[in-house]
Design a protein around this ligand. Structure first.
Ligand SMILES: *Cc1c(COP(=O)(O)O)cnc(C)c1O
Length: 382
């Protein structure tokens, strides 16, 4: 039987040797690797305004903290996302205001945003769902009309472009994830990007205790002042060393994902049991995070049977995301959301199966999935 894992990082001798080199040098933080990684990733997305952090969640949290968003404030977030998107808002004491998804892409329904805006709203957070860019011209127009900041959750958006501009440079701040199953990894890690030149300088201090000078800037060791509040959200040299090598693989990773995605799409396009979300068209360029197979409404109750069948054939599946965030107990109990709220996000969460198209897979894997999906149609979904 063929093994087709959902996610598997591409780790080679380059990453292993880079980590070993860091360990031989004994500088595990405050060294040259984090800077090298920041320049390499920044160059890839087209900016030098980035700072590395310990995760995407840390990056989002830090961005709201940096903007002074907190108690009594509201931030618009999509219902169809990872729980981290909303948690980051909760963590600064602000209230996430969930907006349903549009069914065609799974992205936030921009038409529904205006009625979610109040005098307490401070920012809109968008998620480029599965790497498909949100229509940022419309988001930015709404934001400037209402005086709001725009945060991009770019956890699935390495390679995502809108009008030729990379995600993370379209709003005020972007936050990327380097968790193992995302496009590239540092083990755990993230990066904040910004189009504001002075912001990164302050973020660099806010991610490191609010200390007023870096280790390199101290003429006498241990002499520094603390003038502002801050976290410890730095990325270690070990993580950054992995990242430097991963950036070198990005072109291959993105190309392979795209090829896999379209091979799978053309293989199953005549199957009436499924539909899928819109991908790249015109100025919208996806990063092809995964292939979301959406079951025909009448077959939705057979979803778990389909998952079991595919898993038994060695095909790894996932769910992006298991529930709309406001359906998770923490949010539904705190804010009183019913299970019937956010119907579009619910349709995508509850009636879809996420299939792998990662760069660890090739054409043979896609053909195998097509064959098994056809078999599933006659055996499981009949
Ligand atoms: C994975 C994910 C995150 C969390 O990223 P971490 O680096 O694990 O903190 C946040 N938002 C979205 C949309 C994600 O998919």
């Amino acid at each position: 039987m063929r093994e087709v894992p959902f996610g598997r990082p591409l780790i080679g001798d380059e990453e292993r040797n880079a980590v070993e080199e860091v360990l031989r040098g004994y500088t595990l933080v405050h060294g040259p690797k984090a800077k090298e990684f920041e320049s390499a990733f920044g160059r890839f997305i087209g900016t030098d305004q980035v700072t590395s952090v310990s995760s995407c969640t840390a990056g989002l949290h830090l961005s709201y903290f940096h903007l002074g968003i907190g108690n009594g404030d509201e931030v618009i977030v999509p219902a169809q996302t990872h729980t981290a998107t909303a948690h980051a808002v909760e963590l600064v004491g602000a209230k996430p205001i969930f907006v349903d998804a549009e069914l065609s892409t799974g992205n936030i329904d921009i038409d529904a945003i205006p009625k979610a805006i109040t005098e307490k709203t401070k920012a809109i957070c968008v998620v480029h769902y599965l790497g498909m860019p949100v229509d940022m011209d419309r988001i930015n127009a709404l934001a400037s009309e209402h005086g709001l900041k725009v945060i991009e959750d770019c956890a699935l958006a390495v390679g995502t472009k809108y009008n030729g501009v990379h995600a993370g440079l379209l709003g005020d701040f972007g936050s990327f994830s380097f968790y193992p199953v995302k496009h590239m990894t540092t083990g755990e890690g993230g990066i904040i990007s910004s189009k504001h030149e002075t912001a990164i300088k302050l973020l660099n201090r806010q991610k490191a205790f609010g200390v007023d000078r870096t280790v390199a800037e101290r003429s006498i060791p241990g002499v520094y002042d603390v003038t502002i509040l801050g976290f410890n959200y730095r990325m270690s040299e070990i993580h950054a060393a992995i990242g430097v090598e991963q950036v070198k693989r990005l072109e291959f990773i993105l190309q392979r994902r795209k090829e896999n995605f379209f091979e799978l799409l053309s293989g199953i396009s005549d199957l009436e049991e499924f539909s899928t979300l819109q991908s790249t068209h015109g100025k919208f360029e996806s990063s092809y995070y995964c292939f979301n197979l959406i079951l025909k409404k009448s077959l939705a109750e057979k979803r778990l049977a389909l998952v079991k069948f595919l898993n038994a054939q060695g095909i790894g599946t996932s769910n992006y995301y298991p529930r709309p965030v406001p359906h998770f107990s923490y949010y539904s109990l705190k804010y009183g959301y019913s299970e019937h709220s956010f119907p579009n996000a619910a349709r995508i969460s509850y009636d879809s199966v996420a299939l792998p198209v990662g760069a660890h897979l090739d054409s043979g894997d896609m053909q195998y999935m097509v064959k098994m999906l056809k078999r599933a149609c006659s055996e499981v979904l009949k």
